[in-house]
Design a protein around this ligand. Structure first.
Ligand SMILES: [Zn+2]
Ligand SMILES: [Zn+2]
Length: 129
């Protein structure tokens, strides 16, 4: 059996896929639900106000938004910016345009790899005609 100390509460627990113990996972979920509902109902609150109301750290709320788990309300406008172009965003790490561009680049790279792989098949088909 693989027991580890929970980094959150310090208790020993049997290691699962999660890095914290099951009661802490439940706790974390409760906190997340609270923050998410609060932001939904009070979109005009700033990150600091939400942190105070929900008794969590500002860092935690920033993390929720960056992970794309919650959308920032109008009160948080400007708190979050795209990691690529610096434009204000409400959730995630990049703005829609940069996400599209990144996806496009990945797609293009895949396409080129596909073309390289299929190159032989294409030339064979051409000869058939
Ligand atoms: Zn714990
Ligand atoms: Zn961007």
């Amino acid at each position: 059996m693989d027991f580890v100390n929970c980094p959150r509460c310090g208790k020993l627990f049997h290691r699962t896929s999660s890095s914290i113990c099951p009661p802490c996972v439940k706790d974390e979920e409760k906190i997340f639900d609270k923050v998410r509902d609060f932001v939904k109902e009070n979109p005009d609150k700033s990150v600091k106000e939400v942190a105070e109301e929900c008794e969590v750290t500002v860092k935690r709320i920033m993390q929720y938004v960056k992970d794309g788990r919650i959308q920032a309300g109008v009160g948080m406008k400007g708190e979050f910016t795209c990691s690529q172009c610096g434009k204000p965003i409400i959730t995630g790490r990049m703005c829609e345009k940069c996400i599209l561009e990144t996806n496009f680049q990945v797609g293009e790279m895949k396409k080129q790899a596909d073309i390289r792989n299929r190159g032989q098949i294409f030339t064979m088909r051409k000869k058939d005609r």
